[in-house]
Write a protein that binds this ligand. Structure first.
Ligand code: PHE
Length: 367
């Protein structure tokens, strides 16, 4: 059995321990000291155990001394623990400080669909020419989709439209999913007085499905009505648009006679291209690509809408958004627009905060 030691020994031990605790610089090292002293096999604990073999008088004294030493150690450790804990927290706070002035990270995962982007571009170009955006319903009456546009009941153009009809209402009238954005021409003229200068981007529907047709697709209509509007305005406006949209300054644009019941005369608009070597190149060569339909608004349509055809003239045009997006961005299959395939979106999509690129825009193009 060993001697616990004299009071002087304990004092010396206490001083040594106090120094060790004060100089320790991490919580881990402090815990190691605590175990070394107060743990089950710690030095102070072992000394406590020796008390059992002592005679009662000496045990009492030594017991008191040891308990006091134990308390002092525990207090010193606790104090140091608090200090080190605070320091550790301060270090963490300093290291993890958030710099709120940093710019936020771009959301690189999100992409704008090429159709949204194309509509933005078309709207941006026509906005520069002073057009505003108008809208109408997807579910249309037969009157707005056909009759008011000079397509009466027995007109062959009705068959060409592959119309989706809704079930007949109480009066036996069947509404349609609009087959083009042209009904918004009529709605706008009914609701406003000339001058009119609108474009109408929106969804349209036809019962047709293959690599170049989808039952739901998008068009953008255009309508300009004022006193003295003539074919030259139509030409200039659409040439400027084609050149701005495809970003080709001298892009050849051709007006080819055509027929639409709601315009007279009517013209299909083609742009110059080459198809050499399998690839399609817009802007040069001796081939032509159809882009949109257009014409001077038929006087009958003006009259149907309450405009005096003797006083007002105008032009209208309509283009397929998918078609011009496919041509501009080299997207080969129309059906992929609606597949919601993320890999496709990463390839053909656009970063949301990029401004729509209208390339050369209209600068220098119009006068
Ligand atoms: N509505 C026609 C179509 O869907 C396009 C067009 C609009 C033609 C306006 C001329 C004028 O094919």
């Amino acid at each position: 059995m060993t001697e616990i030691g004299t009071m002087q020994d304990l004092e010396a031990l206490a001083a040594e321990i106090a120094t060790a605790i004060e100089s320790v610089s991490s919580l881990e090292a402090l815990e190691a000291i605590r175990i070394d002293l107060l743990g089950k096999k710690g030095r102070v604990s072992l000394m406590m155990r020796e008390l059992g073999g002592m005679d009662p008088e000496a045990r009492k004294q030594a017991g008191q001394e040891l308990n006091r030493l134990k308390d002092r150690i525990a207090t010193a450790i606790e104090l140091r623990q608090t200090l080190l804990g605070d320091a550790a927290l301060n270090d963490r706070l300093a290291a993890e400080a958030v710099d709120v002035t940093l710019p936020s990270r771009p959301h690189t995962e999100a992409r704008l669909h090429p159709l949204s982007r194309t509509i933005e571009e078309v709207v941006a170009i026509f906005a520069e020419m002073g057009f505003t955006v108008a809208e109408g319903p997807d579910i249309e009456s037969d009157y707005y989709n056909f009759t008011a546009l000079n397509i009466p009941e027995e007109h062959p153009a009705r068959q060409e439209h592959d119309t989706f009809y809704l079930p007949p209402d109480a009066e036996g009238k069947r509404k349609v999913l609009r087959t083009h954005t042209s009904p918004v021409q009529v709605r706008t003229m009914e609701a406003t007085e000339p001058p009119v200068r609108i474009i109408v981007p929106g969804r349209t529907y036809r019962s047709d499905h293959d690599a170049t047709h989808s039952p739901m697709f998008h068009q953008c209509e255009g309508l300009v009505i004022a006193d003295g509007i003539h074919m030259g305005h139509l030409n200039g406006c659409l040439i400027d648009f084609c050149r701005a949209f495809f970003g080709v300054d001298g892009l050849p644009v051709r007006f080819r006679p055509s027929y639409f019941p709601f315009t007279e005369p009517s013209a299909e608009v083609d742009i110059g291209c080459t198809r050499d070597g399998g690839g399609l190149k817009i802007g040069a060569g001796d081939d032509w690509l159809e882009i949109l339909g257009s014409g001077m608004v038929n006087p009958r349509v003006l009259a149907n809408c309450g405009y005096d055809p003797e006083k007002y003239q105008g032009f209208a045009f309509g283009m397929g958004i998918e078609r011009i997006a496919m041509l501009k961005y080299g997207i080969p299959d129309l059906r992929t627009f609606y597949d919601s395939d993320l890999r496709w979106m990463r390839h053909y999509g656009f970063l949301p905060f990029d401004a729509p690129s209208v390339h050369a825009g209209l600068v220098g193009g119009s006068s």
